[in-house]
Design a protein around this ligand. Structure first.
Ligand code: CDP
Length: 215
């Protein structure tokens, strides 16, 4: 199988831009696993599933058909044939995704889907459990970090109508939700290299990852 690069880290660490840039530079495919958890969440909300009811979420988690496009220049995601690239970024989904991602049946289904896509290799995969669960044998594993301030600033620059301060509070809330749940996947995987991006711009992060890939 071809090269697999695992890119894990918390929100605002610059994962998405860096992962796409690395995929583009090396002519690899790109998979955003967070978008799949968001797509599952979007579908549950539309179906009116009570997200506080883990058994209900688990029972329906096999229903939506989720398809990810893997072109780093035009990443896409569809649920039952509908393009959900925009709606999955809305606040309603963002504030609900941690609860859905905490359900073991959701994780099992999406990890299986991800492993199917990663199977043939030649891909950069971003998420929170890629180096540990989805692709533990990946030859290159990067764990991106950044200070809380830098992460909030990047995230608010991506969104409109939010200040860095409000964003930092919202992200801290989601970080806590993600990291205190029993099924939190975010951790420094075996063999992963930690890369602190606080003082680096996007080009510098990409260059550093490419250097690590060549090693
Ligand atoms: O917006 P942000 O970059 O933080 O997150 P994302 O990559 O879009 O992922 C959204 C949410 O999905 C995260 O907050 C996690 O709860 C969940 N997730 C996960 O549990 N495992 C992954 N491999 C990717 C995302």
């Amino acid at each position: 199988a071809g090269l697999v690069i695992a890119m894990d880290g918390p929100s605002g660490s610059g994962k998405s831009s860096a992962s796409r840039g690395v995929a583009r530079a090396l002519g690899l495919r790109y998979l955003d696993t967070g978008a799949q958890y968001r797509a599952m969440t979007w579908w549950m909300l539309r179906q009116g599933v009570d997200l506080a009811d883990q058994a209900a979420v688990a029972a329906r988690s096999g229903e939506p058909e989720i398809v990810s496009g893997t072109d780093p220049d035009a990443p896409s995601i569809q649920v039952d044939g509908v393009d959900v690239g925009e709606p999955i970024r809305q606040d309603e989904v963002t504030s609900a995704v941690s609860a859905v991602a905490a359900v073991p049946q959701v994780r099992a289904r999406l990890v299986a889907l991800q492993q199917e896509i990663v199977g043939t290799g030649d891909i950069v995969v971003e998420g929170r459990d890629i180096g540990s669960v989805v692709a533990p044998d990946a030859p290159v594993k990067i764990y991106l970090t950044a200070s809380a301030e830098a992460r909030a600033q990047r995230r608010s620059a991506e969104l409109t109508g939010t200040t860095a301060r409000a964003q930092q509070a919202a992200m801290a809330r989601r970080d806590t939700l993600d990291s205190t749940r029993k099924t939190d996947p975010l951790s420094l995987a075996d063999g992963a290299i930690e890369l602190d991006t606080t003082a680096l711009n996007l080009e510098e992060v990409i260059a550093e990852v490419l250097r690590l890939v060549k090693e």
